[in-house]
Ligand binder design. Structure first.
Ligand SMILES: [Zn+2]
Length: 343
């Protein structure tokens, strides 16, 4: 099969012929139609946060059609449209029992991140990791379930936000825009903060009531005024960027007792002083991907239109390095998709 392969850290991908995946008795072979690109793909290429064994086939937002099923697989047949839940949780533990599959103690791998993924004509997954893609959800949008959409759904659930409360989405990229759509539907008053005027425009279209530049000195003051109700900031800040400076901004934007949900991952240390965390009783909460139920609910939210992902651009598999450059330059407004095979 044709695949995009990372052969050494810091190098472009090589598109070449590699052997097809071999499925075990509990696994399913999927013919990839599309696969989204995420910032984690940049991190893998750069050797940050995740270092898979090389050569590696990345791609963790795939969608496709079942091409073969292992002998012990029930409930799936060739031709069905599917997307994966990425975390192969590897058996029973307190976290998987609680539905927190992304925290599994015996994690065996993450499809496309530590295991071969969807920048290839075929990928494989355990049958228990697959979800049926509803007919009314196109492949390119459905593939985003496994990272961008599930991450937005899980982060929202971690926030505990209530009807009428206020939130700041700091970083209005692909996941941030979906989170804004979700928050609007949930009756949360939402402010988008970003560096890019184009992203702020899209954030307003997605449902943000205010769209502010992270570089504007008045941004924290505008957020306090917007929050109202005697609060000195927003109830919750979704930190989609994960840099030292954006964590500092998140602390300035949050109200006393407010929550900061950390979703963005960078190799940096937050510039929040502990006096502020202690005296203002800030809560800092990490959020990673989501569990199987979050994935099922994320697909449902796509099917009924609560979340409508914005696709910025599509590329052929042979153009993977151009597609990666667009994500790396921060020029893509929304998600960048690789079209792997057609019908
Ligand atoms: Zn991702």
């Amino acid at each position: 099969m044709k695949a995009a392969v990372l052969k050494s850290i810091g190098q472009p991908f090589t598109v070449e012929d590699v052997p097809d995946p071999v499925i075990g008795p509990d696994e399913v072979l999927v013919a990839t139609r599309t696969c989204g690109i995420c910032r984690t793909d940049l991190h893998i290429q750069d050797g940050l946060a995740y270092v898979p064994n090389l050569p590696h086939i990345p791609g963790h937002e795939p969608a496709g059609v079942i091409a073969d099923v292992g002998r012990d697989v029930t409930g799936y047949t060739i031709g069905q449209r599917v997307v994966p839940h990425l975390f192969i949780s590897g058996g029973d533990c307190r976290f998987t029992r609680a539905g927190q599959h992304a925290q599994a103690t015996h994690l065996q791998g993450i499809i496309g991140v530590t295991l071969p993924g969807g920048f290839a004509e075929f990928f494989k997954a355990p049958a228990e990791n697959l979800l049926r893609l509803p007919e009314n959800v196109p492949f390119d949008v459905g593939g985003l379930t496994s990272c961008a959409v599930i991450t937005a759904v899980h982060a929202y659930r971690k926030s505990g936000l209530q009807l009428g409360q206020s939130a700041v989405v700091l970083g209005a990229g692909g996941i941030g825009l979906m989170l804004i759509q979700l928050l609007r539907q949930a009756g949360v008053r939402t402010i988008a903060v970003s560096r890019s005027p184009d992203s702020l425009r899209l954030a307003e279209q997605a449902g943000a009531e205010l769209a502010l530049s992270v570089e504007d000195a008045n941004t924290a003051g505008c957020i306090r005024e917007f929050a109202g109700a005697g609060k000195d900031g927003a109830d919750c800040i979704f930190e989609m960027v994960g840099r030292a400076g954006t964590m500092r901004a998140a602390a300035d934007y949050a109200c006393r007792g407010g929550r900061i949900i950390v979703i963005g991952e960078e190799d940096e240390y937050p510039e929040i002083d502990t006096i502020q965390i202690a005296q203002r009783e800030l809560e800092i909460i990490g959020s990673r991907n989501g569990g199987r139920q979050d994935a099922i609910d994320a697909l449902e939210m796509l099917a009924v239109g609560i979340i409508k992902p914005h696709i910025a651009a599509s590329f052929a598999l042979d153009e993977i390095n151009e597609a990666m450059s667009l994500v790396r330059n921060g020029e893509a407004r929304g998600r960048v998709i690789v079209n792997v095979t057609s019908e």
